[in-house]
Write a protein that binds this ligand. Structure first.
Ligand code: BT5
Length: 309
């Protein structure tokens, strides 16, 4: 959001301020103030103008709504409907974007890992930050772990018992088994020694009916009722930013929320199937599986939680 527009919102949040006062304080013309107010109204901000301008309410979702009050250095690009936020974020990354977050209410062509289909009806939080971390490509899995921790943290704060399945599925344990609440698709481009960009696509079934989702999925609506998507998205982005600034904490925070550790797992890796007890995780995201005869380090694969032997 443009700095003047943010300053207008901050000034009129909680009290009425006249157009003349605002213009003087922000060192712009009254016409400019009026234009900003109109643009904000068009985005859904309710601004009363009976006795000076006064902010009555912030929209439920959208670019300025999420940017306003966000304590992290991201610019939001919002779409009511888009093919895939990851596709758009990759395009923007290719054009040099950094700390841009592509956000949508609905996606019509979204993807999971390995080109699997991802359901993204209206009411979800479909979000793809573009990042340019100064890390070697081998450490990129840390960004995915951070996204899983950030998603889980925001969901837990919203009252949902969210946990992480290695490496990055966010699940809710239920009487009928674990249900998937969110998924993460990280895509990147890099050189031998340096990542040039990472797009970390996060899909959260927020205010969505489970009838619109595949079997095995759950939503925040199903678990605790509808949430404030604006506040949730802000919390998600703030936590992600904090974690990426302090990379050393990512793996510890991941362990705190892990559902996989201590469980019997079956992991399909490119080198074959590994079965055993998941005992720990190591940077940048390697799962340690105790097969009974040895400890195998698994770097990538699809993980299934097995019933205890
Ligand atoms: C994932 O893939 O879990 C990564 C999903 C990433 C989606 C986000 S949304 C924002 C951004 N833009 C995109 O285009 N993508 C990202 P994977 O682990 O492959 O899981 C895919 C499987 O999850 C599917 O084969 C279904 O079985 C299941 N699935 C599909 N949609 C789901 C949903 N909304 N909730 C829960 N499970 C779902």
């Amino acid at each position: 959001m443009n700095d003047t527009r943010r300053a207008v919102l901050e000034a009129i949040d909680g009290q009425a301020v006249s157009g003349a006062d605002l213009a003087e304080r922000l060192d712009v013309t009254r016409a400019a103030i009026w234009k900003h107010v109109e643009a904000l109204r068009e985005e859904g901000f309710v601004i009363d103008s009976d006795d000076g301008y006064r902010l009555e309410s912030v929209p439920e979702f959208g670019a300025s709504a999420v940017e306003y009050g966000l304590d992290a250095p991201f610019e939001i690009e919002y779409h009511d409907s888009i093919g895939s936020t990851n596709d758009r974020a990759r395009e923007a990354a290719g054009e040099g974007a950094d700390h841009l977050v592509v956000l949508a209410d609905e996606q019509t062509g979204s993807r999971g890992r390995l080109d699997r289909e991802w359901y993204a009806p209206s009411g979800g939080i479909w979000v793809s930050p573009v990042l340019r971390p100064t890390i070697p490509p081998a450490n990129a899995p840390l960004v995915t772990l951070a996204a899983a921790v950030a998603t889980t943290t925001a969901a837990r704060e919203a009252g949902v018992d969210a946990r992480i399945k290695w490496p990055n599925d966010v699940l809710v344990p239920t009487a009928e088994g674990d249900k998937k609440l969110a998924g993460i698709l990280t895509e990147m481009e890099g050189e031998a020694d340096r990542v040039s960009w990472v797009v970390v696509g996060i899909g959260i079934n927020a205010n969505v009916d489970i009838g619109q989702l595949p079997d095995g999925a759950t939503s925040i609506r199903e678990q605790v009722g509808d949430i404030d998507r604006r506040a949730f998205t802000q919390r998600l982005l703030e936590t992600l930013d904090d974690l990426l600034v302090d990379e050393a904490t990512i793996v510890d925070r991941w362990r705190e929320h892990a559902l996989t550790l201590g469980q019997r797992v079956r992991v399909e890796t490119p080198e074959g199937v590994v079965e055993g007890e998941a005992v720990d995780i190591e940077p940048p995201g390697t799962l340690l599986v105790d097969t009974g005869t040895e400890t195998v380090r698994v770097h990538a694969g699809d993980c299934e939680h097995l019933r205890p032997a």
